[in-house]
Design a protein around this ligand. Structure first.
Ligand SMILES: Nc1ncnc2c1ncn2[C@@H]1O[C@H](COP(=O)(O)OP(=O)(O)OP(=O)(O)O)[C@@H](O)[C@H]1O
Ligand SMILES: [Mg+2]
Length: 295
């Protein structure tokens, strides 16, 4: 553990447990996510990463333990309340949104616009029109920021996997997000689009002040974006440090070896591959698991 130049912790998770019957998916995990950081969360399959995200983001209530956001206890709050506080977890574009355009998908993000209220729509139509104009303007700004203007009017269902991920990221920009949790944003995404997604994350972090926590199996991606990197194994935090530190950590290497070479965070994976073999392996879904990677 290193804690030099201590920053303010935005998220503090203390001794968190989430058990499913006898399965201790999260088994006493404690983590901190510093304000303004891009924190990586890695670990072998089944380590409990997604479950931890689900508890933090309110999809599951924990068996025990606590989660705080900016010093406020948010343990067990439902997702919509966390959303209102600026804590967002991206989800795959839901099926019913696939027949809406990219711009429409962005405009659908709940942002407290009065157009959603029937009473406003009936009694204050001019205000609703005014707000719709603003929402549209905001959507166009997001589209420009993510450099996806060429697909603004495309149906979301027709986008490539990587473009869908960018749209998911874009949805977080329609509200005032503080912290965004991304679970395997790179799964099934080609190298070029993964780089674009990475650049967008970095820009959102630098230019908009977003804090990020991202789960990813691609160590090259993690190393380029994340500091610190938290390593989970068997429901607990195994190590934390810079990407290089955790990659060199014996316990971390052992944890990965235990699950086979597929997820080994070896230097080999980091040798900047223009390697088409690596790319092919990614798009065939070997980098991710269980997230229904979009092809
Ligand atoms: N809803 C559930 N019911 C029962 N067991 C679950 C549930 N969700 C997760 N688990 C179990 O909890 C453990 C941790 O799973 P989790 O999905 O959090 O791991 P992960 O680190 O995200 O793995 P991966 O890298 O494969 O996505 C696994 O053993 C998994 O089978
Ligand atoms: Mg997972």
């Amino acid at each position: 553990m290193h804690s030099s130049n201590k920053k303010t912790d935005m998220i503090v998770v203390r001794d968190l447990h989430k058990h499913f019957g006898g399965i201790r998916a999260v088994d006493g995990a404690s983590i901190e996510i510093a304000e303004g950081s891009i924190t990586g969360l890695i670990g072998p399959n089944g380590a409990g990463k997604t479950t931890l995200f689900n508890v933090i983001a309110g999809a599951y209530t924990p068996t025990s333990g606590s989660v705080s956001l900016d010093g406020e206890d948010i343990t067990g709050l439902p997702p919509h309340e966390l959303f209102a506080k600026g804590l967002l977890r991206t989800f795959q574009i839901a099926h019913e949104f696939s027949t809406l355009s990219v711009r429409e998908n962005l405009m659908m993000v709940p942002g407290g616009q009065s157009g959603e209220s029937l009473i406003d729509a009936w009694f204050r139509p001019s205000r609703v029109r005014e707000e719709e104009k603003l929402v549209r303007k905001k959507a166009d700004e997001v589209i420009e920021f993510l450099e996806i203007s060429h697909v603004a009017d495309e149906l979301a269902g027709n986008l490539s996997g990587g473009q869908k991920k960018l749209l998911e990221l874009g949805r977080t920009m329609m509200v005032d997000a503080k912290i965004v949790f991304l679970d395997e944003v790179g799964a099934g995404v080609n190298r070029t689009l993964l780089n674009t997604i990475g650049e967008s994350i970095i820009r959102l972090n630098k230019e908009r002040g977003y804090t990020f926590c991202l789960i990813e199996h691609d160590m090259e991606f993690i190393a380029r974006l994340c500091d610190p990197v938290i390593v989970m194994a068997e429901g607990r935090v195994l190590a934390q440090g810079s990407a290089d530190e955790v990659r060199a950590n014996e316990e971390v290497i052992e944890a990965y070896l235990g699950t086979g070479l597929k997820n080994k965070p070896a230097k080999a994976a980091a040798t900047t591959a223009t390697g088409t073999a690596a790319d092919a392996a990614r798009t065939e879904g070997s980098a991710g698991s269980g997230t229904g990677a979009i092809s």
